[in-house]
Design a protein around this ligand. Structure first.
Ligand code: GLN
Length: 313
């Protein structure tokens, strides 16, 4: 089925905004220094249907760094380039049960990554992007994510500099993976490309269009451009279901029933196959690094828009 009629979707989006605007729980991320300056009051919601209808409210034009919400889209580009089977063999597609920056996610799987949506697997995914130099790989990512969004995305240089000065843990993960033969590019350069990827600036509107492209079999419903080949999106949604909200992915599926992906700057995307994409932006996070308001809004809208994939009644 489709989303409900337009007036109803807009009403529900507005209701979700009003309901959760006053929520005060959660803390803005501070392990990347510049993220600590984000206003906890920022709040935006955008829904884009699989046919391109768009509904939004709040801070929908405010730019923020995409962070981990980039991971499913970069995985899509890699699965598109190397094939879904090779991507699975090299990166893994199982749930980890661990926090996003876990080293256990490497040690417990025969020294390979477990899933492209936690840092270890995401850095390995970035290392597989086509290109012989770091700049070529990054440009592939920037152009690919821009096609998902339907506009030219750019790096937020302040975020890139801040995260570059504080990403020793990710460098360590990359070197560990490299020592096991499970990284596919120079570890320092792979980490740098990954850091640039996380610093790409988006709005909540961009994220909803990107999610809607995943909901529409890889064709951007606003530009009509095919971004990835058929068969890729269903695999991306599968890894989102297994690890999109890190160690809370099971709770998320149990409560919300739709694949999602969060990031530490406060974005969450949710994809309802054939129906559309939902994106939220609100910086205060729970202890696992998932936006508090984003989870509340997504639960509310998933129920009211009928998005739960497991519901038969
Ligand atoms: N760039 C961040 C990191 O690697 C992304 C983490 C996130 O959004 N959860 O730590």
């Amino acid at each position: 089925g489709e989303l409900p009629r337009s007036e109803e979707v807009q009403e529900l989006v507005t209701e979700a905004y009003q309901r959760y605007r006053g929520t005060k729980e959660g803390h803005v991320a501070d392990y990347i220094p510049v993220l600590a300056a984000a206003s906890p009051a920022l709040f935006g919601i955008c829904v884009v249907g699989a046919r391109g209808r768009s509904f939004e409210i709040g801070d929908v034009d405010v730019g923020f760094s995409i962070q981990s919400v980039s991971k499913p889209f970069v995985f899509a580009l890699v699965a598109d380039a190397v094939g879904s089977d090779t991507a699975r063999r090299r990166l893994g597609v199982n749930s980890t049960g661990f926090p996003f920056n876990s080293l256990m996610a490497i040690e417990l799987n025969d020294h390979r990554t477990m899933n492209p949506l936690v840092n270890a697997g995401a850095i390995a995914t970035t290392s597989l992007v086509p290109g012989t130099t770091a700049d070529e790989k990054f440009e592939q990512i920037r152009k690919g994510l821009s096609r998902f969004a339907g506009r030219d995305l750019r790096v937020n240089e302040e975020v890139y500099a801040s995260e570059s000065s504080s990403n020793m843990r990710n460098q360590g993960i990359a070197h560990l993976l490299n020592s096991y033969g499970s990284l596919y590019f120079d570890p320092d350069e792979a980490t740098d490309v990954y850091t640039r990827q996380c610093s790409l600036e988006v709005t909540v509107h961009d994220l909803a269009v990107m999610a809607a492209t995943l909901a529409n079999g890889g064709v951007n419903p606003q530009t009509q451009e095919r971004v990835v080949v058929r068969g890729v999106c269903r695999r991306v949604l599968a890894v989102m279901a297994t690890a999109g909200l890190y160690e809370l992915s099971g709770d998320w599926l149990y409560e919300i029933g739709v694949p999602g992906k969060s990031g530490v700057s406060g974005g969450i995307v949710t994809v309802s196959p054939g129906k559309g994409g939902l994106a939220t932006f609100s910086p205060p996070l729970d202890p696992a690094g998932n936006s508090v308001r984003g989870q509340l809004v997504t639960k509310f809208l998933s129920e009211r828009l009928g998005l739960n994939l497991f519901a038969s009644e």
